[in-house]
Design a protein around this ligand. Structure first.
Ligand code: DLL
Length: 433
């Protein structure tokens, strides 16, 4: 189902006109209201009046995750504080999170973007949406919630975890649409099998999965276990949350909500935009946002544009399912984790050396597991077992609170982790998606 035929199926040239008008408006607003952007544009010798075509976007500055960190918490806000009605955050590269501040118009944009996303998976007002994305600072729970309400569907705001209860509700309330990370979907399916629940007999028939990389193989597995259609949905906190791009029934690339979020794919080394079918880094400008609008935000996600017309009738450009990242960000159970966050935290923990190795694997239950091997200072290592145990527990507790996801700590003797003469290898990722 197409939620907004007028916008999603608009003539491409007509859409470009709308995008250009929005881009000009965005640039004028940022120049007038956000000193960070005004200064950047002045440094580059550009004024809002210099934007005459969509191609002129190339004259404008990029925004990076570091820019967001440097302007934490409110430096990129483009409206008075009293117009902000909601805030979401996700992990930054160090201690400071990445912040998105929404006005009520922004929440409307998000609802629209997520309505299109859910509708493309077949969601109507008759659906019962079991929303197992986390509610809280994470955008997954709220994003699906707003979209489903806007469609008029019924939402079960489950949040993540507590799998027994998920299964109980799924059966007793007749959920028809499941939303969670793809790895959690597989875990729930496995628990169902263990509990003797035949998912094929339930009304559940579709799911919207994202927030972490997954493969065609994983899709097939989920579709078979649940007897459902599984759709890929993409988004990021900085831009809006989920709802940036989504699959339709063709399941062949993700349609970008490009009247709302203007996409570019650039060569990450040179910043030069790449043509269709060439892999590069995805960049977004928020065309209509008010709270924290962003210009040319570098997502560090790698994909390519698929421009050939889609059988569904939407005319929006598609991106291939995500192919990786340009940085070292890990996604553990849907939570973004940067090795640099771990490093930062370790430096402050007495008794440890700043030598560590992160080993990520996917457990038998399909959920991610993260082990942190940490070198212990020599004087600590000779200590009694009890104090080593204490150190291990302390690191696990600190990491859980800093990263928002649990890991297992393995303490190792000084000088046992391999040293490298070049770039240190801090992560071994044994997951095959
Ligand atoms: O993960 C928003 C979201 C919630 C998307 C629910 C989909 C469903 P962040 O926590 O800011 O936001 O993480 C954003 O997650 O830059 C990608 O690297 C990765 N990611 C998100 N969706 C997908 C996907 C949410 N479908 C980061 N496939 C992004 C692969 C994804 N990676």
């Amino acid at each position: 189902m197409i939620f907004n035929v007028e916008n999603e199926c608009m003539d491409v040239q007509a859409r470009r006109k709308v995008q250009l008008a929005s881009l000009k408006n965005l640039v004028e607003g940022l120049y007038a209201r956000v000193p960070f952007y005004r200064n950047k544009m002045k440094e580059m010798g550009i004024q809002p009046g210099d934007i005459h075509s969509l191609e002129d976007i190339q004259k404008l500055p990029f925004t990076t995750k570091d820019d967001l960190r440097d302007n934490y918490p409110h430096g990129l806000r483009a409206c008075p504080a009293d117009r902000i009605v909601e805030v979401h955050m996700s992990s930054g590269t160090t201690g400071k999170p990445v912040v998105n501040e929404y006005t009520s118009k922004d929440i409307g944009i998000w609802s629209e973007a997520m309505s299109r996303t859910l509708a493309a998976a077949g969601c109507t007002k008759d659906d019962i949406v079991q929303n197992c994305y986390g509610y809280g600072l994470f955008t997954g729970g709220a994003g699906v919630h707003f979209g489903a309400l806007n469609i008029g569907a019924q939402v079960l705001p489950m949040s993540s975890g507590n799998t027994d209860r998920q299964l109980m509700v799924m059966q007793d309330f007749g959920s028809t649409l499941l939303t969670c990370t793809p790895s959690y979907a597989l875990y729930v399916a496995e628990e169902a099998a263990e509990a003797g629940i035949n998912l094929h007999n339930l009304p559940l028939n579709k799911g919207c999965f994202g927030a972490e990389p997954w493969s065609e193989g994983m899709r097939k597995e989920i579709e078979a276990r649940y007897a459902m259609k599984a759709y890929d949905i993409y988004g990021l906190t900085e831009i809006i949350g989920p709802g940036v791009a989504f699959e339709c029934e063709a399941q062949n690339g993700l349609h970008v909500n490009e009247d709302l979020f203007y996409p570019e794919i650039i060569d990450p080394a040179t910043g030069v935009p790449l043509p269709e079918n060439q892999r590069g880094e995805l960049v977004f400008s928020t065309l209509t946002r008010e709270g924290t609008p962003l210009l040319r935000y570098r997502t560090r996600d790698i994909t390519y544009f698929m421009n050939e017309p889609c059988t569904c009738g939407r005319t929006t450009v598609r991106i291939h399912r995500l192919l990786g990242r340009t940085d070292d960000m890990l996604i553990i159970r849907g939570v973004n984790v940067f090795p640099s966050q771990i490093e930062h935290a370790l430096i402050e923990i007495e008794g440890t050396e700043p030598q560590y190795l992160i080993v990520v694997s996917r457990g038998k239950d399909h959920l991610d597991e993260m082990e942190l091997q940490v070198e212990v200072k020599r004087e600590f290592f000779s200590d009694e077992v009890k104090s080593l145990e204490g150190l291990r527990n302390r690191i696990e507790t600190i990491m859980k609170s800093k990263l928002q996801v649990a890991l297992k700590v393995k303490l190792v003797e000084p000088k046992t982790l391999e040293r490298s003469i070049g770039k240190a290898k801090r992560v071994i990722d044994n997951r095959s998606i």
